[in-house]
Design a protein around this ligand. Structure first.
Ligand SMILES: *[C@@H]1O[C@H](CO)[C@@H](O)[C@H](O)[C@H]1NC(C)=O
Ligand SMILES: *[C@@H]1O[C@H](CO)[C@@H](O)[C@H](O)[C@H]1NC(C)=O
Length: 239
């Protein structure tokens, strides 16, 4: 058992309403459910998973394109983020992965960069923001910790599949966050720069107060792919 890690770097045949996914496989680094083996397997599978497979609805997560995103921030600040791209998931380090009694627990460290165009109006601390420009956010060594409860279920194809029945996530900043933002106060580059400097000097407070909606957005993109992956790939091809 568990001879191969069947990874769905799939070729898809769409013929006469039949969709069949041909799974390509990769040799598993090991063959048990030990913490060491799960960690290695996840680390190996990560770049393939985040690359995505368009044909079966798995989006690319690295680069991850954000066409348009509206964020409501604390303090009545609205941010519209457009033509964005997030990178870095492919190279996350898997610290550990464990599985026990249907609960899968894992922790990652990642260096992530999000670039894009933003428009923002509202109050940020003592500043009245009215901005329209470019932004780059770099997170170095962000720590992501997840618990997923995973249960088998019968899929539409009559085969056994996995399903995430509940999950929770925490994140924290083991490295720092760096913000580069242009034109935060339209037509006032000096104050703009002063606010950006303030954000960088107080990066942790800014990330803790304003970062959650962005992290949650990223997590929901990953979860959407995972759900799709479990729907398409039967259990017997995963273990
Ligand atoms: C993130 O980048 C820093 C600095 O370049 C490096 O020391 C660290 O190992 C990187 N972390 C990961 C998870 O790749
Ligand atoms: C997250 O899920 C795990 C496993 O189900 C549970 O033990 C833990 O208490 C949960 N944490 C939170 C904050 O809900």
């Amino acid at each position: 058992m568990l001879k191969y890690f069947y990874l769905y770097s799939a070729v898809l045949f769409l013929t006469d309403f039949t969709v069949s996914v041909k799974t390509a496989y990769l040799k598993k680094p090991c063959e048990d459910f030990s913490e060491e083996c799960l960690t290695k397997t996840l680390q190996m599978g990560l770049p393939i998973f985040v690359e995505g497979i368009r044909e079966i609805g798995l989006e690319s997560l690295d680069p991850y394109r954000i066409e348009k995103l509206n964020l409501k921030m604390p303090g009545d600040m609205n941010i519209e983020f457009k033509h964005g791209v997030a990178r870095g998931l492919k190279k996350c380090r898997v610290d550990f992965a464990r599985y026990k009694d249907h609960v899968f627990e894992t922790q990652f460290h990642c260096n992530l960069t999000i670039k894009g165009h933003y428009r923002s109006v509202g109050r940020f601390l003592m500043f009245a923001i009215d901005g329209d420009g470019k932004s780059i956010i770099k997170c170095s060594n962000i720590r992501l910790h997840a618990f997923l409860t995973i249960k088998p279920m019968t899929g539409k194809d009559g085969m056994s599949h996995l399903e995430v029945t509940s999950s929770n996530f925490t994140h924290c900043y083991d490295g720092r966050v760096t913000y580069s933002v242009t034109n935060l106060l339209k037509g006032n580059p000096e104050i703009s720069n002063a606010v950006v400097n303030f954000m960088n000097e107080n990066w942790r407070m800014v990330a803790e107060d304003f970062g959650d909606p962005i992290v949650h957005y990223g997590i929901s993109a990953v979860m959407k792919n995972l759900k799709k992956f479990f729907e398409v790939v039967p259990l017997e091809e995963i273990i």
